[in-house]
Write a protein that binds this ligand. Sequence first.
Ligand SMILES: *Cc1c(COP(=O)(O)O)cnc(C)c1O
Length: 378
Amino acid sequence: MKPYLKRAWAEISLSALEANIRAISASLQGNTQIMAVVKADAYGHGEAEILQKLTQIGIRYFAVSNLDEALHVRQYCPDSDVLILGYTPPEYADTLAQNNIIQGIVSAEYACTLNARTRTPIRCHVKLDTGMGRIGITGDTPGDCADSIQDMSFLRNLKIEGIYTHFAVADMPDDPEQNAYTEAQKQFIRSVGTELMKRGVHLKHLHYLNSAGVLYHNDANSTLARVGIIMYGLAPNYPLPVPLDLKPVLSLKAVISHIKRVQPGTSISYGRTFQADHCMKIATVTVGYADGYSRLLSSKADVLVKGRRCPIVGRICMDQLMLDVSAIDDLRCGEIVTLIGQDGDEQITADELASLYGTIGYEVVCGISKRVPRIYVD
Ligand SMILES: *Cc1c(COP(=O)(O)O)cnc(C)c1O
C-alpha cells in the first residue's frame, strides 16, 4: 500500500534540488551567498521537506512573502536568517522581534510605525524601489535614499542590517535597453550603499540578484542571491536558454482509469469541442483543473504515456481529462502517465506547459493544488 492515494500526485526530487543548488553556488562570484526563496510553499514544492533538505546542504538564508511563512521557516530552521520580502501589518511587530525574523522595510512611514509598535529591536533590510515600481523607498538621487535610511537607522527599535532591491527585467539579456535598465538599478543601490558607508551607517548586506540576475547579470557585489525559480529547475524566461545545468525538481503524475475505442463522430467531453473523425483509442486520466492542471490546456497539451506524447482531446474536466492513445499498444488501466516530467526520452516541463497557455512556469508549479500529495523521491 502506498501512503497516499495513487490518483494524481507530484514527485519532488530532492537530489535534483541539491544538484541545482550546487550548480548555482558554483556560478556565484566572490562571497555571494544563496538566499533560498521559499515563498508560496516553496513554489508549490512543499516547504517542510524543501527546507529540511536545504538546511541539510548548508543553506542558512531564506526569503518568504509573509509572517506566516516566516514562522514556518523558523520552526524548521531555528538558526537561519529569514527575510520577509513583503508587508507585515505593524500589529505583529512583537512577533517579528520575538522570532528573530528580518522584516523588509517598504517605506519611511512603515519604518516609523513598526518602530513605535515594539520595544524589542526588529532586524530589518530596507527595500529600495530602483525601477520595479512595486514596493520600497524611492529617491531622485542615491543621496536622497541614503538620507531616508540614515533617519531610519536612528530609530531605536529597528536594527537596519541591509538594503535590497528587485530587478524588473533582468531576464531579457538579448535586449540592450533592458540590460542598461538592470545595470542602472544595480548602480543606484550600490551608490546608496557607498553613501551610507561614508556616513558611518554599517550594512551587513546589500543584495539585488534574483534568478535572472544570477544567470544574466551576475556579480560579486550582491552579498546575497535571492534565488527562487532556478533552484526548482525552471527558467526565468522560457524559452530563453539558461546557461546552467538545471534539473526540474517537480513532476506531475496520474493514472489511466478507463480505455475505450470510439467510432468516427463520437464526441469527447463537455461542449463536444472534439469529435473523432476516425476510429480512435481514448484513455481517461485521473487529473483535472481542480488539481491545478489548467483547463486552458484543453486540446493543447500532450501527456507522456509509455514514453510517448499523446494529445489531450476535448475539454479538461475538474478531476479528469481524456487522451488520444491510438498510437500506444498494450495499454492497461492503472498505467502511470506523466503530465510534467520525464518518461524515457521525452520530457514535458512546467515551462513548456506555461507557454501553451500564456503564463510562466512559476504559475504552473505554484498552482498545483493542495489536493495533490507531494511525494519526496531522491
Ligand atoms: C520572488 C522573489 C525573488 C525570487 O525570484 P526568482 O525569479 O524566482 O528567482 C527574489 N526577490 C524578490 C523580492 C521576490 O519577490
